[in-house]
Design a binder for this molecule. Sequence first.
Ligand SMILES: [Zn+2]
Length: 153
Amino acid sequence: MQCDICGKEVENLTEVDVEGTILSLCDDCKRFGKPIKKPKRIIRKSRRFGKEEEEEPLEMIRSDFSSVLKSARQKKGLKQEEVAKRLNEKESLIHSLETGHHEPSLNLARKLEHFYGVKLIETVDKEGKQKKSKAKSKTSGLTVGDIIQVKKK
Ligand SMILES: [Zn+2]
């Protein structure tokens, strides 16, 4: 079978609506048209895929946490010793956090965020990750379901 747009000989063509005309297109070209079929099975599969990504907690300590902590403390006019006391942590810990020798755990980072009113935890861009997985499914052949999912967003 030949693709109506590029003329490439492929095994599977997808019928799509291109500006009111139904064309049989290859995987590379079908994105130019609107899908005319909605296979439910594929849509459900895509949704499950999305869920898996949401389950991963993608929280990281920002790389410049030491300078953020130091300037936040100086703004408050507190000594490392005082911060340590208030947070019920060791002074040496506060010191090594500010010098960047020690990266806080997520729990400690939350405590510090709350105390100083700063942002230490970064959430990794989920959109960027989703784009990656879309690109992956494209190489294995973009399905009509994928197009519907993309269009809905
Ligand atoms: Zn084509």
